[in-house]
Design a protein around this ligand. Structure first.
Ligand SMILES: *Cc1c(COP(=O)(O)O)cnc(C)c1O
Length: 432
C-alpha cells in the first residue's frame, strides 16, 4: 500500500482496438486483454451502438419475478453454444459469484436428492476461483488465500498436474505427472465420495495459478472420475471461456460436458460485468417442485441479468459470428507457439506454457536447477515495467509473464507484443 501511495500509475482515458491510451497520449498494446476479458478490442463500434440503443430503451429491471428480452435471448444463445447437454442459465455479475452459485447449486442438489451427507467439495492446489469466501474455500493459492483460512469451509485439495513444479513428479515428465496426479485424485475422491457434492476445476488451464496447462486427456479423466463416484463436475470457465482456448469453451476441447459451468470475464467481450452459471436439465429438475416443497434456490443478485450487460454480450456473440473470431485464431495460436519456442531458449526462461491465445513465460534464476527468482526480486513486475518502454501493457503472475491479448489481435500486433516481451526479458533478466 505504501508503494502504491507513492506511485504514479498510468491513467487510461481511451481505447482503440487492442490499444490503451493514457492521459499523456501514450499508447500501450493491451497484452493482458484488460485482465483476461477483452475479445474484440476496445471501443468497438458494433458493441457501442448496441449499448446506446439499449440505454434508450431501459437500463435495468429486476430478474426477480420478471425477465427482460435481452436476458432471455442471451440465455438461448448461451445454450446454443454451450457443450451438449448444458441447457439452463442462472445469471449473476462476476466470476466469483458464478462459482459461488455453482457451489451452492451443487450442495442443494444433493439435499433435494436425499443425500444430505454430500456437502463437501474437492478442488485443486494452485486453483483460483475468485475472491468471495466460497470461491476462496475451493481456491488453492496460499499467497492470496492463507490469511482467510479461519473463515473458509474445508475443501479437499488434490494435486494440480503440472510437472514443472509438481511434488509428485520427480521425473518432470508430462505423462508420469498426469498419471500420478490422477491416481492421487482418484484416491481422494474414492475415500470421500459419500461426502462429496462436487469437484471444481479450471478446465485446461489454471489461470491465476500461473497459466498452468493441463496435459491432454486430463479433463476427460476428471469427468470420468466424477461420473464413477457420482459427484457433480463444476467447470470454472471464467477465464478460458469465450474462445480463449481456440474453441468457444475449454470443455469442448476435450469433448466433455460438465454438470455446472461458470462463465464471466469474456462473456460481454470485456465490456460490462456479467456472469452465468449454466447447468443441465438434471440439476434443474432437482429444484423443480411445488411452492410448499421449498425447493427454491435462494440466491439472487440485485443486478442479475442486467439488460445493458446482456446487450453487450449479445453484440459480442454476434461479432464472434460475423467476424469469424474462432476461425481466425489458428494462425495467431501457431505464431504464438513459434515465438514461445524461441523464448524458451533464453537462459532465464525455465518454462513456457500455452493454450490457445493464453501463454505464460516462467522466469527462473537458474535454468538447470530451476531455482526460482525469490519473490522480493519482483522479476515479473520488472519485466512488465520494462515492457512499457516498448509500448506494451502487461501484468505478471509472480515470476510468470502472462500473454492474454484481445482475441482480435492482428499478427503484426502479436509480433510487436512478442518482440517487446523478448527484449524486456533480455534486458531485465540478463542483469539479475
Ligand atoms: C477471474 C476469475 C474468477 C473470478 O472472477 P471475478 O469476476 O474477478 O470475480 C474466477 N475463476 C477464474 C478461473 C478466474 O480467472
Amino acid at each position: 500500500m505504501s508503494e502504491w501511495e507513492g506511485s504514479d500509475p498510468l491513467v487510461i482515458v481511451r481505447g482503440e482496438g487492442c490499444w490503451l491510451i493514457d492521459s499523456d497520449g501514450n499508447r500501450y498494446l493491451d497484452g493482458v486483454g484488460s485482465i483476461w476479458t477483452n475479445v474484440h478490442g476496445h471501443a468497438v463500434p458494433e458493441i457501442n451502438q448496441a449499448i446506446k440503443e439499449q440505454l434508450d430503451r431501459i437500463e435495468h429491471s429486476t430478474l426477480l419475478g420478471l425477465t427482460n428480452d435481452k436476458a432471455a435471448i442471451l440465455a438461448k444463445q448461451l445454450v446454443d453454444i454451450a457443450p451438449e447437454g448444458i441447457t439452463k442459465v442462472f445469471y449473476s455479475d462476476n466470476g466469483s459469484t458464478a462459482v459461488e452459485i455453482g457451489l451452492k447449486m451443487a450442495f442443494q442438489y444433493w439435499q433435494h436428492l436425499g443425500k444430505p451427507g454430500k456437502t463437501r467439495f474437492i478442488s485443486f492446489r494452485n486453483a483460483y476461483h475468485g475472491d468471495t469466501i466460497g470461491a476462496v474455500s475451493v481456491g488453492g493459492i496460499d499467497l492470496f488465500h492463507a490469511v482467510f483460512n479461519p473463515l473458509l469451509f474445508k475443501a479437499i485439495h488434490a494435486p494440480s498436474p503440472y510437472c514443472y513444479r509438481c511434488e509428485l513428479c520427480p521425473e518432470k515428465n508430462h505423462n508420469h505427472c498426469q498419471k500420478e496426479c490422477l491416481t492421487e485424485l482418484e484416491r481422494l475422491i474414492a475415500t470421500n465420495a459419500d461426502e462429496l457434492a462436487g469437484l471444481v476445476i479450471e478446465p485446461l488451464v489454471q489461470g491465476a495459478g500461473g497459466m498452468i496447462v493441463q496435459p491432454p486427456g486430463f479433463l476427460q479423466r476428471v469427468r470420468e472420475l466424477c461420473d464413477k463416484y457420482d459427484i457433480l463436475m463444476i467447470a470454472d470457465e471464467v477465464a478460458v471461456g469465450f474462445g480463449r482456448s481456440g474453441k468457444m469453451f475449454a470443455c469442448q476441447q476435450e469433448g466433455i460436458t460438465p454438470d455446472i459451468m461458470a462463465l464471466s470475464k469474456g462473456i460481454t467481450g470485456g465490456y460490462l460485468p456479467l456472469a452465468a452459471t449454466m447447468t443441465t436439465q438434471q440439476v434443474y429438475d432437482a429444484f423443480l417442485g411445488e411452492y410448499r416443497e421449498l425447493k427454491t434456490f435462494f440466491h439472487g443478485h440485485t443486478f442479475t441479468g442486467n439488460p445493458v450487460c446482456c446487450t453487450a454480450a449479445l453484440a459480442s456473440l454476434e461479432l464472434f459470428n460475423k467476424k469469424q473470431i474462432l476461425a481466425a485464431l489458428p494462425p495467431k495460436i501457431d505464431y504464438l507457439a513459434e515465438r514461445l519456442g524461441h523464448i524458451i531458449t533464453h537462459d532465464h526462461v525455465g518454462d513456457v506454457r500455452q493454450c490457445g491465445l493464453i501463454a505464460g513465460i516462467e522466469l527462473v534464476k537458474n535454468k538447470t536447477t530451476r531455482e526460482p527468482y525469490i519473490w522480493e526480486e519482483r522479476i515479473g513486475v520488472q519485466v512488465c515495467q520494462e515492457a512499457q518502454k516498448h509500448g506494451l501493457f502487461l501484468r505478471p503472475l509472480g515470476n510468470v509473464i502472462v500473454i492474454f491479448p484481445p482475441l482480435v489481435i492482428s499478427l503484426d500486433e502479436l509480433k510487436l507484443l512478442m518482440d517487446g516481451i523478448e527484449a524486456s526479458i533480455q534486458t531485465i533478466c540478463s542483469n539479475s
